[in-house]
Design a protein. Structure first.
Length: 365
């Protein structure tokens, strides 16, 4: 496992440091947010609402101060920001659901950070002494200190008895290995070190082997069209997602599909960074919604639904706005379906109809 940790620093070496050229005001806000999260993470494990509820309110106020920064970003960034604020409001207003809402809020923070390939080790290991190893890894991951996160999550795999913490740690290691400025060759080394460490259970061994069955051939033949990283324009990525990925996805294990979704999402965000003002952004928003659903299986009021809403409201005349509506309607239907049928409320029906009218006008969809 020590070798794995060393390799993790190789992964981090390709990332861009976030320091001198950052907006000073934003740095101050994020540093305060980090201090608040540092206080909240131990309370997440014990579900101490006396800490979590006011902490959620503090984070919401801090992020409101940072809103101008998020508004300068892409449609996807703003969609994530708005959902983050909704989750923090849920945690503030409903103490009984605070832990769940905050877990989702923190995941949104982590998801945004891994999109921009930056490291910001602004807190230091000495600040983490009140956290257990898993919490220290999560804090480092949330605040973009990926080298420290790799060390902590490596120790979780070595020592933790908590099955869920171990699985989450492995998922984080996968994303840091191949999903941030993807370097598949290094990812193979990191995951192979895990396999030979002797720290994995039989179930975890099968998981990592399933990941490697996909990553090894993609790393050895980086030019193959099955790799999402080879499609460097929006039309090419759209063709890949429409034609190629569905044709071979059925032959890929569920563990292998997780690898593909991580790489697909990384490439979609790379294209969005490079083409933020392109009129073809709706194609990226649609596929980001599909990839988020593929990774997280969340439906109503999810990041996936927020991407689709952005697509429909900002790019109403684009053909993909209609595709986004169809996906949105599917999400809502699945979210409120059960063995007894579909249970969409009047409000949810009205939301769907508003978007239908916006996208199709008086036409029949």
């Amino acid at each position: 496992m020590k070798q794995t940790i060393c390799r993790a620093f190789v992964v981090s070496a390709v990332l861009v440091m976030f320091a001198a050229n950052a907006d000073d005001g934003l740095q101050d806000v994020m540093r305060e947010a980090g201090d608040t999260m540092l206080m909240m993470l131990p309370a997440m494990r014990t579900n101490d609402t006396s800490v979590l509820t006011p902490g959620a309110g503090q984070l919401s106020a801090l992020f409101r101060r940072a809103r101008p920064h998020f508004e300068k970003g892409s449609s996807a960034t703003l969609a994530a920001f708005e959902l983050l604020q909704a989750r923090l409001a849920d945690a503030t207003d409903n103490p009984y659901n605070a832990r769940t809402s905050l877990a989702e809020a923190f995941e949104l923070c982590a998801g945004c950070h891994v999109q921009d390939t930056r490291i910001a080790p602004a807190f230091g290991v000495s600040r983490l002494h009140e956290l257990n190893e898993y919490e220290a890894g999560e804090f480092s991951y949330l605040t973009r200190d990926y080298p420290a996160a790799m060390v902590s999550f490596g120790r979780v795999v070595e020592t933790s008895k908590d099955r869920r913490d171990r699985r989450n740690a492995l998922d984080r290691i996968l994303v840091m290995s191949i999903g941030i400025d993807p370097d598949l060759a290094t990812g193979v080394v990191v995951l192979e070190d895990l396999l030979t460490s002797g720290d994995l259970s039989n179930e975890e061994t099968r998981l990592v082997e399933g990941w490697l069955q996909v990553i090894r051939p993609l790393a050895s033949e980086p030019g193959q069209r099955q790799s999402p990283l080879q499609h460097s324009t929006i039309p090419a990525m759209d063709r890949y997602m429409t034609r190629e990925w569905p044709s071979f996805k059925q032959f890929v294990s569920l563990d292998g599909q997780q690898v593909y979704w991580v790489l697909i999402r990384a490439q979609l965000h790379e294209l969005l960074r490079e083409n933020a003002s392109s009129p073809q952004v709706p194609r990226l928003l649609y596929w980001l919604a599909v990839s988020d659903r593929g990774l997280h299986y969340r439906f109503d009021n999810s990041l996936s639904s927020r991407y689709l809403e952005r697509c429909m409201t900002e790019y109403t005349a684009h053909p993909y706005a209609r595709t986004c509506f169809e996906e949105y309607q599917l999400l809502m239907t699945v979210a409120f379906s059960g063995s007894g049928g579909i249970f969409l409320s009047q409000e949810q029906h009205e939301r769907i109809n508003r978007f239908r009218q916006l996208v199709f006008g008086n036409e029949d969809p």
